[in-house]
Design a protein around this ligand. Structure first.
Ligand SMILES: Cc1cc2nc3c(=O)[nH]c(=O)nc-3n(C[C@H](O)[C@H](O)[C@H](O)COP(=O)(O)OP(=O)(O)OC[C@H]3O[C@@H](n4cnc5c(N)ncnc54)[C@H](O)[C@@H]3O)c2cc1C
Length: 476
């Protein structure tokens, strides 16, 4: 089919200004947040309603054109990018941002898939509630992308991941039909859970156009403190002690290696190392969310950390004097990915482990990588309360990033073999995208892969919905 026909048909659906066929208009849609893994698109489509999405998908299906759904393009697995063939259409949800409904009594918010997470936070705040999914990319990541990757972030410990915060979905199927599953039910045992199938599917089974999200009451105070600990084992003992005392008030527990804090201080001098030269090898950022009062939060934090210091669980503790000071600790945490960008590319791993296996993983992975690439730097941090580590391997000091990037496959294999041996997962919260599709096939059992493929074939028999993501592209 000649592109003019496709251009005319798609232009008639979304308007010519929103059917972009000139590659000069594609730059921000074909490169991800890090500016890496770029592809080439046949066109970029920017519909503004569910009906337009459905018509676009039906048109692409008629013409055999693959569709790549895209939200904020902050995904870290290459899932929202077209391949190099210039045959795929990027379908961006960025114009679909409306909050359709807020139900204060039922504590739900129904929103279109292109809404940016920070805007959803603001809409919830207006109702004196909050949507508790939070992460460094919240200024750009969209609800559709967050659900499609089943994103995690910093409050999973208390509120669960994106899946746990979604009650219903509206989805355009690969055939261009609209499934209205926008239910506001907390209990619904009526057959297979299609919602759960689409969440985490990374756009390979259909396009999410709207979602019902759950809201929670806003706490009176959210207070973060930073402590230094001598080992990951100590961090886990602290986690247990804090959970015992604070229960559900503990909303985040982040493990940060000293090297991460030094990297942040190096590239962002306005955020100096909190413990200075005497720092222990690890730090923990913990957060309490208190529904009673600010005073109660401070009192509880002081009590908890006082006991931890006395009991030798922590080496040092920084208890903020104000909520503003507490926000600064989050600033440091959120600048770790940014400091890594400044520092140069590295080999990234987003892994999860049974929480109790984290110390063993850290103990065994370091020497294995040192043997593979002497001097390589480990940048390790993560949502350790959920068993999730971001374990990144950078070139030795003063050496070019290419040194480790050239050995990416061997480094991934070393880390992921160990993760799987310890009962963990090769993707905790970033998904599989196209970057880990081959590894997924390697590490999952043949039966699990066959079941995945049956689901894909049943819902997307033509294989046009985000091909090559999660599952390797089918051979023609
Ligand atoms: C600085 C930074 C910090 C981050 N921190 C975290 C973190 O703490 N926790 C975490 O989990 N992630 C984190 N991420 C990763 C990223 O923000 C999440 O993966 C997010 O969910 C992606 O949302 P998005 O709208 O940008 O999706 P995109 O990148 O556009 O897409 C991601 C995937 O979802 C699919 N998709 C997008 N929209 C739809 C839709 N409407 N329907 C169907 N499929 C769709 C795409 O095809 C792709 O496969 C971070 C990223 C950055 C850059």
């Amino acid at each position: 089919m000649h592109d003019t026909t496709l251009q005319q048909e798609l232009g008639a659906i979304v308007g010519d200004a929103y059917a972009l066929f000139d590659p000069g208009d594609h730059t921000r849609f074909v490169n991800d947040w890090f500016g890496r893994e770029g592809g080439r698109a046949r066109c970029v489509l920017r519909p503004r309603s569910t009906a337009e999405v459905a018509a676009v998908v039906a048109c692409c299906a008629r013409h055999g054109v693959p569709v790549v759904p895209q939200g904020g393009n902050t995904g870290l697995a290459g899932g929202a990018l077209p391949d190099q063939s210039a045959a795929q259409c990027v379908l961006s949800l960025e114009r679909m941002t409306a909050v359709r409904e807020i139900d204060p009594a039922g504590k739900t918010l129904t929103v279109e898939a292109g809404a940016v997470l920070a805007h959803v936070h603001a809409a919830a705040r207006e109702q004196f509630m909050e949507f508790p999914l939070t992460m460094g990319s919240q200024g750009s990541a969209t609800i559709g992308g967050l659900l499609s990757t089943n994103a995690g972030g910093t409050a999973v410990l208390r509120h669960g991941n994106a899946r746990a915060l979604c009650l219903g979905l509206e989805v355009v199927t690969p055939q261009g039909e609209v499934w209205n599953g926008l239910r506001r039910l907390r209990k619904d045992n009526t057959g297979y859970d299609l919602r759960d199938l689409y969440i985490g599917a990374e756009g390979t089974l259909g396009i999410i156009t709207a979602a019902v999200l759950t809201l929670v009451p806003t706490p009176k105070a959210r207070l973060a403190a930073m402590v230094s600990v001598t080992s990951p084992e100590q961090a886990l003992l602290l986690l247990q002690a804090v959970q015992q005392r604070a229960g559900a008030l503990l909303t985040a527990f982040e493990l940060i290696s000293d090297d991460c804090l030094r990297l942040v201080a190096q590239y962002f001098p306005q955020l100096p190392h909190p413990f200075g030269a005497q720092a222990a090898p690890w730090a923990v950022l913990l957060e309490l969310s208190d529904h009673e009062s600010e005073g109660h939060a401070f009192e509880l934090m002081e009590g908890l950390l006082g006991e931890a210091l006395e009991g030798g669980l922590v080496k040092d503790a920084l208890i903020p004097q104000s909520l503003a000071q507490s926000a600064r600790f989050w600033d440091m945490r959120e600048h770790i990915p940014l400091a890594q960008v400044e520092d140069g590319k590295n080999v990234k791993h987003d892994i999860s482990l049974p929480i109790s296996a984290i110390p063993r993983f850290l103990q065994e992975a370091g020497p294995l990588l040192e043997a593979l690439h002497p001097g390589a730097r480990i940048i390790a941090f993560g949502h350790v309360g959920d068993g999730n580590l971001h374990y990144n391997v950078a070139a030795p000091p003063g050496r070019p990033p290419a040194e480790v990037l050239d050995r990416k496959a061997a480094i991934h294999a070393t880390v992921h073999d160990l993760v799987v041996r310890l009962g963990g997962s090769i993707s905790a919260e970033h998904g599989i995208g196209r970057m880990k599709a081959a590894e997924l096939a390697h590490y999952k059992s043949p039966l699990e892969m066959r079941l995945f493929e049956s689901v894909k074939r049943a819902l997307d028999p033509l294989g046009l919905m985000n091909p090559g993501k999660v599952l390797l592209a089918r051979q023609p």
